[in-house]
Write a protein of this length. Structure first.
Length: 198
């Protein structure tokens, strides 16, 4: 009996820890240095290179029977955009440099949510009754490649967040696009697709 209780406690502790370690995307979320809990995070004059690892993750996971899968069209809740605190790292010489890197991560978090919504839309529009469980892979891969290309471009064009006015402009574009995909938030139910008749 005590073995089962100990195991249950261990499972619950791990669940609580993983939830505390993870931040689900929310509009306007702002980070601070304490959110970057990766072991290499440091703000120190001794740092000679600037480094950021965003800790932002896009996941698609579902568990359902074949029958459930066959009749499921809305996968919004199965696509997640999260920030993993223990995977996020900032290395900067001072707090000003750290703030620039944090602004870059906030952009990346919103960009990832935009692409999560684009993935949800692709899945919704392309899932057929007899699609198999791997139908999502091409859409997921395509959107991740697009997201990575955009992220790389913005990191380069903003000189790793140093050109804040360019970053702010790019961030505003992403925020507007997120609103344009409002039917594809994680909790949303997309409108039914109506067949057009001539």
């Amino acid at each position: 009996m005590s073995y089962r209780l100990a195991f249950l406690f261990l499972v619950l502790t791990n669940l609580l820890y993983s939830q505390e370690n993870r931040i689900d995307w929310a509009p306007g979320y702002t980070f601070d240095v304490e959110d970057f809990q990766g072991s290499k995070t440091a703000i120190s004059v001794d740092i000679d290179k600037v480094f950021v690892q965003s800790g932002v993750m896009l996941d698609f996971a579902f568990q359902m029977s074949n029958i459930e899968f066959m009749f499921t069209k809305n996968f919004n809740s199965k696509v997640s955009c999260t920030f993993q605190k223990d995977a996020a790292v900032i290395m900067a010489a001072d707090s000003l440099e750290a703030e620039r890197l944090i602004a870059l991560v906030e952009f990346d978090f919103d960009l990832s949510e935009l692409y999560a919504r684009k993935i949800r839309k692709e899945l919704f529009e392309n899932k057929k009754t007899f699609s198999d469980a791997t139908f999502f892979q091409p859409y997921f891969d395509k959107m991740i490649a697009e997201r990575n290309k955009t992220s790389s471009r913005v990191y380069l064009e903003t000189d790793f967040g140093n050109k804040s006015e360019i970053l702010d402009k790019e961030h505003e574009v992403v925020k507007r696009e997120i609103l344009a995909f409002s039917d594809f938030c994680k909790e949303c139910k997309p409108p039914k697709i109506r067949n057009k008749t001539n």
